[in-house]
Design a protein around this ligand. Structure first.
Ligand SMILES: Nc1ncnc2c1ncn2[C@@H]1O[C@H](COP(=O)(O)OP(=O)(O)OP(=O)(O)O)[C@@H](O)[C@H]1O
Length: 333
């Protein structure tokens, strides 16, 4: 296995819930509640889960756009969790983000060329003709014409705008690109083109993606490994093929059963889950999924399952997996 590029350990991000004139704290949103995973050089880790499960908060914490409540983030072996803005600056070049809404993330008053060239100018890496030439190359790499540099964001289609965002992310030659729902605002016909572009760029440049989406089909297409999130926690991580062939967590089974790419075994195993996702404000004790899990045991209400190795790099956080001989699940504190 290649070098570990990003290592996230027991990451938590909690927000206070305030109410009343005095803005007294009346609760805590457990947006991310003890998440651990790694991303290797050149690989794509898909992070999938329903809306509100904490995917974007993981992305923003990894990039230090929000301050983690606790836990550690190592990038290229260095602990960046608490680095100051100045100390973080060189690492910013190594990791970039592509957001969901390409229109909202592009300044409407700047030309596309200035947007793509801005990171190079800010980091003092190119100016004048050299900058123009580099921007032209970036445009061509993402399937845009160099002469489109002079146009403004509103003159591009949604798919083209996302290509501008990708070109901007590529400008500093990062080692990790965090893609936060990069295609969910696009027409289905355009989604595949953008995903295929991302795959081609990875083949050419060898960088890694942390690829966030609620759509399993999209995640399945691009990812080497997939992590499944539920209510601020990762419930299962495995290689893509292994996860789709052999989903172990009842939540993953239900997710797979709900999409057309699901395998028949997963469909048989898992009746769809009932009810809505509980609120991340004071989430259920024990296993956060126990309130919707048809297989839940008494223990699941009080014991929080750890994410443990279950063979072949497959990790599962479920007390039900006990006794299968493939995992040894133990409660955590
Ligand atoms: N700044 C904040 N203050 C309070 N709560 C927040 C804040 N940011 C996110 N949350 C809450 O944290 C939880 C996780 O949000 P997050 O956006 O990370 O989920 P998500 O899985 O990315 O969802 P979506 O796919 O809808 O973007 C949600 O309940 C959200 O309301």
């Amino acid at each position: 296995m290649s070098e570990v590029l990003l290592e996230v350990t027991n990451l938590k991000k909690h927000y206070p819930v305030r109410a009343g004139v005095l803005r007294r704290q009346v609760g805590t949103v457990h947006s991310v509640d003890g998440v651990s995973f790694s991303v290797h050089a050149g690989e794509t880790l898909g992070l999938v889960g329903e809306s509100g499960c904490g995917k974007s908060t993981v992305a923003r914490s990894v990039l230090r756009l929000v301050e983690p409540t606790s836990g550690q983030i190592h990038l290229e072996g260095e602990d960046i969790t608490h680095l100051s803005k100045a100390a973080l600056r060189p690492h910013r070049r190594s990791m970039q983000i592509v957001f969901q809404d390409p229109f909202a993330s592009l300044n409407p008053r700047m030309t596309a060329g200035d947007i793509v060239g801005e990171p190079l100018a800010v980091h003092g890496l190119a100016s004048g003709k050299a900058l123009d030439a580099r921007v032209a190359t970036l445009f061509e790499q993402v399937g845009l014409r160099a002469d489109q540099m002079h146009n403004f964001p509103h003159q591009f289609s949604g798919g083209q705008r996302q290509r501008i965002c990708i070109a901007r992310a590529l400008a500093l030659e990062p080692r990790l690109i965090v893609c936060d729902e990069p295609v969910s605002a696009l027409d289905v016909s355009i989604q595949a083109q953008v995903i295929n572009l991302l795959i081609d760029l990875q083949r050419q440049h060898g960088f890694s993606y942390l690829f966030i989406a609620h759509d399993l089909a999209v995640v399945a297409h691009i990812s080497h490994r997939v992590a499944v999130m539920y209510l601020g926690r990762i419930v299962e991580i495995a290689g893509k093929d292994e996860l789709f062939r052999n989903p172990r967590h009842p939540y993953t089974q239900a997710l797979l059963a709900s999409v057309p790419i699901a395998n028949p075994l997963a469909k048989k195993l898992a009746p769809l889950v009932d009810g809505d996702v509980p609120s991340p404000v004071n989430p259920p004790s024990g296993c956060a999924f126990h309130t919707r899990c048809r297989f839940a045991m008494e223990r699941c209400k009080t014991e929080r399952p750890a994410l443990l190795e279950a063979g072949d790099g497959h990790q599962v956080a479920c007390l039900l997996n006990e006794g299968t001989g493939r995992s040894q699940l133990a409660p955590t504190t």
